[in-house]
Write a protein that binds this ligand. Structure first.
Ligand SMILES: Cc1cc2nc3c(=O)[nH]c(=O)nc-3n(C[C@H](O)[C@H](O)[C@H](O)COP(=O)(O)OP(=O)(O)OC[C@H]3O[C@@H](n4cnc5c(N)ncnc54)[C@H](O)[C@@H]3O)c2cc1C
Length: 541
């Protein structure tokens, strides 16, 4: 079957908040196509619960400088502080702009945007918690996605729903566009563009227990890695402290922001020992480590491997009004009413701090000198502007997506003015077709489900909150074996139309590729070596 060709000024992969905000901006400068492997509004951004950070000071005094300090400190001072400043300084304008676009934020009595507490958000540089999270009950992501989607409709952005990107075309230091498959028909489409923006979200599906959607498989990071683009900070993967036990479904930090507390098997509020000032509202890495320490030392509930998140002292009315979504999750998935019983929780893989290296305007960097790839941009969770260092603060990701999505859209407008359109060579299209045909015709004996479960279990056991040299070296060997076995996958479904098995096979290969980037000596282990070196240097100094 021959390919269908399209030509746009800008092509965007992903209809999450980063993709939508960038599309809106880029559409002021030319034609824009947004491709998404799901229906556009089913992106993971829609699942975001707790809020978006901005120091509006609507409930109590706050300012961008405190926000800046919390973000830098929360990331263990490993983020790029110039970039953090850009984000925190732009936060207030961003939230007001979203409000004007129609986001239905929850309100204070006086009608201002309501704000609540969140982990690591403090006043006066760590002195006490502050109300900085702007929210729309616990459906904040949903509210923002729908407002931005409507704005994109008004701007005549063109959407290609259920188009799965197979390749991003980079030739002679320049990006030319993408090759995608229309899932409904199996047809190949080539999109050439002056600018290509990758906004394809996270890759939590590398781990067994995760809050991330099934589609969060990091395809485009893996494609770029194969195309020779470096990835940054891949070892930094955040574990959110409160995933529903056994399922990993997220219980927003907003639950602790509204007064929820963590309790161990002895009935103690154990965070008082680990973070005496901000207790349950300490940054996520600290709380996740504390929960697992309690469990390891035998203080889980009934000696088991979970602790309780207790909301029973919070008035039912507040839970119904501000946390309706998580309340429903608890009832549906584990049969618990959080107003009456504590919720069993354990850390869940949540957010990728690492990703495609970019400058503050979304331009993809191809080396540590700061050289860029012409025509290639990235924003959102797949990108690493390096705001979040080693640990992202709650509510800073939604902010990151809209601040840097907008900046990337603006940069595209400036950089590509009068530029040459992209050109997709036929051999790239042939290669994608061959990849699909070889999977459809393969007589391989391996099954996707087995390989995926094995990878996810291994990553969870050996590369989650605590990592040791011994565990990591065993893991690297296993991942190598899994990578080889993934070349021998056999499919039960050989049709071209809506072949989700085919897509899962491709996603699995990408996931293993990323697991290999997170785990090996060149990542977590290398970080240890580098920090030992730095310690050595500072001792000398
Ligand atoms: C349960 C949950 C709750 C959260 N709550 C909050 C919160 O309260 N506050 C906060 O700040 N952050 C929160 N986060 C984090 C935040 O929601 C995400 O980091 C952010 O929404 C990511 O947005 P994005 O635009 O980068 O990508 P996404 O919203 O993940 O969108 C990715 C897009 O890329 C498309 N795509 C991917 N691969 C391909 C491909 N191969 N071909 C075509 N399309 C592709 C997808 O279809 C999708 O449209 C939460 C995350 C989770 C999982």
């Amino acid at each position: 079957m021959s390919a269908v060709f399209h030509k746009y000024d800008t092509v965007i992969i992903g209809s999450g908040l980063a993709g939508l905000r960038a599309a809106l901006e880029a559409s002021r400068h030319g034609s824009v196509a947004v491709l998404a492997k799901l229906y556009p509004t089913r992106c993971h951004s829609t699942a975001a619960q707790g809020g978006i950070a901005a120091s509006l000071g609507n409930e109590e005094p706050d300012n961008p400088e405190w926000h800046f300090y919390d973000t830098a400190k929360g990331g263990d001072f490993l983020g790029d502080q110039d970039a953090i400043e850009v984000m925190c300084e732009d936060a207030i304008r961003t939230v007001v702009e979203l409000e004007h676009m129609g986001v239905p934020f929850s309100r204070t009595r006086e009608g201002k945007i309501a704000q609540r507490r969140f982990g690591g958000h403090t006043r006066e540089f760590g002195r006490a918690p502050v109300r900085r999270a702007c929210y729309s009950a616990d459906r904040t992501g949903h509210a923002i996605v729908f407002a931005l989607y409507e704005q994109c409709m008004l701007q005549k952005v063109e959407f290609f729903p259920e188009f799965h990107v197979f390749d991003i075309v980079i030739d002679s230091g320049r990006c030319h566009g993408v090759v995608a498959m229309e899932i409904e028909t199996g047809r190949i489409h080539a999109f050439s563009a002056r600018a290509t923006l990758v906004a394809s979200g996270g890759y939590g599906r590398v781990f067994k227990t995760t809050s991330n959607a099934h589609a969060s498989t990091g395809d485009c990071l893996s494609i770029l890695l194969n195309r020779g683009i470096p990835l940054e900070d891949m070892e930094f993967f955040q574990f959110h402290p409160t995933g529903l036990y056994g399922l990993g479904i997220l219980i927003t930090e907003g639950a602790r922001g509204e007064g929820g507390i963590l309790i161990n098997g002895k009935g103690e509020r154990f965070m008082e020992h680990y973070a005496p000032t901000i207790k349950d509202l300490a940054p996520r890495d600290m709380v996740s480590r504390a929960i697992l320490m309690e469990v390891r030392e035998g203080r889980g509930i009934d000696g088991k491997d979970y602790v309780h998140l207790d909301l029973t002292h919070i008035p039912r009315k507040i839970i119904e009004e501000r946390l309706p979504e998580i309340s429903t999750f608890c009832k549906i998935y584990i049969g618990i009413d959080p107003s009456e019983e504590p919720i069993p929780v354990l850390p869940t893989a949540h957010y990728a701090m690492g990703g495609i290296p970019t400058d503050v305007d979304g331009r993809v960097l191809r080396n540590e000198k700061g050289d860029t790839v012409e025509g290639l941009y990235a924003a959102g969770e797949c990108a690493c502007v390096s705001i979040h260092g080693a640990n992202r603060l709650g509510c800073n990701s939604l902010l990151d997506t809209v601040v840097f999505g907008r900046r990337a859209g603006k940069a595209i407008g400036v950089d590509t003015r009068g530029g040459e359109p992209g050109r997709i060579p036929s051999d790239v299209i042939d290669k994608v077709t061959e990849e699909i045909d070889s999977l459809l015709n393969s007589k391989g004996k391996e099954r996707i489900g087995n390989l995926r479960a094995s990878m996810q279990r291994q990553m969870m056991e050996h590369c989650s909150v605590f990592r040791t040299e011994e565990h990591l070296s065993g893991l690297i060997k296993t991942l190598n074996e899994l990578k080889d076995r993934a070349q021998d996958i056999g499919l039960a479904d050989r049709s071209k139309r809506f072949n989700t098995e085919l897509l899962e096979a491709v996603e699995l290969r990408h996931l293993i590729n990323l697991a290999e980037a997170i785990a090996p000596l060149c990542s977590a282990e290398d970080r240890k070596q580098r920090s030992t070196l730095q310690r050595g240097l500072s001792q000398k100094g």
